[in-house]
Every structure is written in structure tokens, then in C-alpha cells.
Design a protein around this ligand. Structure first.
Ligand code: PEP
Ligand code: MN
Length: 345
């Protein structure tokens, strides 16, 4: 539950009162003053706590989790500006960002070559992952933590914002230290709530990818953590879900983008690379994602996809001319929806 307080002292006195009257009912509490309000967030025996608070009187309970699943995620009172590389999101800016780059890092030189070409062609943020969670232990697992330093160097040399995937507090700490622009919590970690809390507390802009086995409500609940433990600095990403369909790697759920756009205030990202696993579908799926309201496109691109370590994500990686073609296709849709690439303003 959430109680809106007039000051931190009031929040502390409520906790003291509850601890005296209901010693076993409060399991956890925290005070969040990241917004204009001081919010006391309590979990425990909510029904007992509600009664006890009613007896004390005059307390402003703004949210009871027994009655509603969400408080923050669609509440414009707590809508903070989300900084995503060079862009500060606002609903009216009519911009589209594109995050592009290889799946995982293989070497610095190859990374630099791809990043500089992407910058030339147009790209809002460069992505490449130091470590990869692989289903098979025999697949390439990435270069490891030195990859974070490679990405920081790319950012500095090319003046291009960068995004990396993280798995632990140590990874988050390195990203903060190196000034990495945004981190990604991958599909397999969407329900790793410890990692989510740590990312939220760090304040760094986080892309939370929908679990391949998760639904929209689960994604929104995971996003709600970013407000409870941080400042709501989270971008939600549709990256396809697992269904019985086997002709594509995943089933890219366009309706999820429509749903998320109308049920939350976060920027929405679309990743048709993992969503389909098939390079020939990526451009069209991205055009559809933009029509559905996606704010950011994430796409896997590499200078020489044929040279990437196999099997990896080889079948979904665009080369540079294919990337350029995709940008041109999307440009036609942008005219229709009256939006622009963020690097073209
Ligand atoms: C990725 O972005 O390279 C990735 C592995 O994505 P996901 O977590 O969605 O599978
Ligand atoms: Mn990948």
C-alpha cells in the first residue's frame, strides 16, 4: 500500500505507530521522496494495516494493492523525464529513436567499424553486449566485463550514446562509473526482481525487455518496481514471445505495443530482430511497430554479419546496406505519422 505523507517525519511516525499497534503486520516499508510527494510504501498484512490506519484517521492512503495492481505506471503525477541518450522523452516530441548494433561484442575493431558506419547512416544509440545469456553453454558467451570498457571508448571516440546488457550489481556499478547511457535487462531476466530493484535504485535509464514467456501485465508490474525503488526510469521493450509457431524465432506481438502505449506512460521500444529472428521481416515489422506507437526501434546490425561467431543470432543480423534500406522504409511511415528520427532534428 502507499500512504502520501506531508513529510519524512510523518512517514516515520506512521511506521512507529504501526509497529506498536501491529507488531507482526509490517514486513517491509520504504519511504520514497523521489517525486514531489513523500510516499510511504508498505507491504505486509494490508487488510490489518488499513484498519489500523483508519482508526488513527486522516491518513491519505493513495493506493491499496489489494484493490488495484498499479499506482505509478499510468499516473501522470509521477511522470519524470526519461533521458535516453541525447533525447529527453516527452509525449509531444514526435521523434523516433533507433538503437542499433551487433548482438554481442566480439572484438573492439569490429565494434568500432560497425559503430562508426551506423553513426554515419543515422543511429540514436549504439548497442552491443559484453556478455550474453545463452541457452546452450557451447555458444559464444561474449568478451566479458572488458566489453563495458570497449563501449565506453566507443561512446567517447564517436560521441554516440551506448547501451549494454547487465546481469549484476557489479555490472551496474561499472556502467555508472563509465558513464554508459542506458542498460538493458534482457528477456530472460525480466522476472529477476533483485536485478530490477538494483537497476531502479541506480537511477540509470533501463530498457526492460518483456520476458519471452510473460504477458503485458507481468511486464507492467515489473516496470512498477522502477517507480517504487527508483524514479521510473524505464523503457519497456516488446521483443517477441514464445508460442507454438516455429517458422519464426518468436512471435512479435504488435498488439502488445498498442496495449502498453495505452496502459502506461513509459517509452515503448520494439525489437523485431529477436521478435522474428528473420532479417527479411525486420523492416516491415518495425514499420508496423511505429504505426502501433513504438517510440524506439532496437535492431541488430553488424558490418560483416557473415563473420560473426555462429550460431549466435546470425539469421537476424542486418548488414549496413540492409540497415540503410530499413531506415528508408521507416522514413515513409514516419511521413505518415508525422514523426522524425531524433538525429534529424
Ligand atoms: C539482445 O538484445 O541481444 C537479447 C539477447 O535480447 P533478449 O533478452 O530480448 O533475448
Ligand atoms: Mn541478440
Amino acid at each position: 500500500m502507499i500512504i502520501k505523507c506531508s513529510s519524512i517525519n510523518e512517514a516515520l511516525s506512521i511506521i512507529e505507530y504501526l509497529r506498536c499497534t501491529l507488531p507482526n503486520a509490517i514486513l517491509n516499508h520504504q519511504i520514497n521522496d523521489n517525486y514531489n510527494d513523500v510516499l510511504l510504501i508498505i507491504d505486509g498484512q494490508i487488510d490489518q494495516i488499513t484498519n489500523s490506519i483508519a482508526e488513527r484517521g486522516h491518513l491519505n492512503i493513495v493506493f491499496n494493492s489489494l484493490l488495484k495492481p498499479f499506482f505509478f505506471i499510468n499516473n501522470s503525477n509521477y511522470n519524470k523525464d526519461i533521458i535516453f541518450g541525447n533525447r529527453v522523452f516527452s509525449k509531444q516530441d514526435n521523434l523516433i529513436s533507433v538503437v542499433a548494433g551487433p548482438c554481442e561484442i566480439e572484438s573492439y575493431d569490429e565494434l568500432y567499424e560497425t559503430a562508426s558506419l551506423l553513426k554515419q547512416k543515422g543511429c540514436s544509440m549504439f548497442r552491443a553486449m559484453p556478455m550474453k545469456p545463452r541457452t546452450s553453454p557451447y555458444n559464444y558467451q561474449g568478451v566479458g566485463r572488458k566489453g563495458f570498457y570497449y563501449m565506453a571508448k566507443i561512446k567517447e571516440e564517436l560521441d554516440l550514446p551506448v547501451l549494454v546488457e547487465v546481469f549484476s550489481q557489479d555490472d551496474i556499478d561499472i556502467c555508472l562509473e563509465l558513464g554508459i547511457d542506458a542498460i538493458q535487462i534482457g528477456s530472460r531476466n525480466m522476472q529477476n526482481y533483485d536485478l530490477i530493484k538494483r537497476a531502479a535504485k541506480s537511477g540509470i535509464t533501463t530498457v526492460l525487455k518483456k520476458g519471452m514467456w510473460c504477458n503485458n501485465e507481468q511486464l507492467l508490474k515489473a516496470a512498477e518496481y522502477f517507480y517504487v525503488f527508483g524514479k521510473g526510469n524505464v523503457v519497456l521493450c516488446e521483443r517477441g514471445i514464445q508460442t507454438h509457431e516455429s517458422s519464426t524465432r518468436n512471435t512479435f506481438d504488435i498488439s502488445s505495443i498498442l496495449y502498453l502505449k495505452s496502459h502506461c506512460q513509459q517509452p515503448i521500444m520494439a525489437d523485431a530482430s529477436h521478435g522474428s529472428g528473420r532479417k527479411e521481416m525486420i523492416s516491415t515489422l518495425n514499420c508496423s511497430a511505429i504505426l502501433a506507437g513504438a517510440d524506439i526501434i532496437e535492431v541488430e546490425v553488424c558490418r560483416y554479419p557473415d563473420n560473426t561467431i555462429k550460431p549466435g543470432d546470425y539469421f537476424q543480423i542486418l548488414n549496413i546496406p540492409q540497415y540503410e534500406e530499413m531506415l528508408n522504409d521507416i522514413r515513409q511511415v514516419l511521413k505518415l505519422v508525422q514523426k522524425k528520427y531524433d538525429w534529424e532534428i
